[in-house]
Design a protein around this ligand. Structure first.
Ligand code: CO
Length: 205
């Protein structure tokens, strides 16, 4: 018996509808991918990279983890960045967080959540760095929202500080790093107006 039959049915329908629009779509994509964007986002099921920016398969290279972290010892994330920059030559890296992020919330409360608390240590570090600002915000909800934004800003900085990105800039490769936050409540992306195209751009953060 085939389990999760519904998903296979959905898949067949989806593949057919794509082929109906563009008969060579899958053949063309199977030969090569040439995405211009690397998306680093949260694993949250409500923030699907392709859908929210209206992109088809082949257009976005994607890495997702809880609370969209870019950690200098995370070989998984670093490998994705390296492949995207060195091989695929993406022109944009987008770090996209989202308001209402459970990871950010968990990092901010005093409860224990198990193994994940180790991963979320990095979010706690973001909080420590920006404590003066965040503690001044009265409402818990607004505090969390601001932390979602600050976390994105810090992860953009982390992307910019990787050897992969630094070397790309050094050799004159065109590459911009962006920070965005997605609103679960309205489906709208907010640009944090952080667009880093050279190491000097980082000085203001
Ligand atoms: Co999240």
């Amino acid at each position: 018996m085939k389990v999760l039959e519904k998903l296979f049915e959905n898949n067949k329908k989806w593949a057919e509808s794509v082929k109906c629009e563009d008969p060579d779509f899958f053949k063309r994509l199977s030969e090569q991918q040439k995405p211009e964007y690397l998306w680093i986002g949260c694993s949250d099921s409500r923030v699907p990279a392709n859908e929210i920016v209206g992109m088809m398969p082949g257009e976005v290279f994607v890495h997702r983890n809880i609370a969209n972290q870019v950690i200098h010892t995370d070989i998984n994330c670093l490998s994705v960045i390296q492949y995207a920059v060195d091989v695929l030559k993406v022109k944009h890296i987008i770090v996209c967080g989202h308001y209402g992020c459970g990871g950010i919330r968990a990092a901010m409360d005093d409860k224990e959540h198990g193994l994940i608390d180790n991963w979320l240590r990095n979010v706690s570090d973001v909080y420590k760095k920006h404590r003066a600002e965040v503690d001044n915000i009265e409402s818990e909800e607004l505090k969390t929202r601001r932390m979602c934004e600050l976390n994105v800003i810090e992860q953009v900085i982390n992307v910019c500080e990787t050897t992969v990105v630094r070397n790309a800039w050094k050799r004159g490769q065109e590459l911009a790093i962006h920070g965005w936050v997605y609103g679960l409540e309205d489906g709208i992306l907010k640009d944090l107006n952080m667009c880093v195209t050279a190491p000097e751009d980082l000085l203001q953060y």
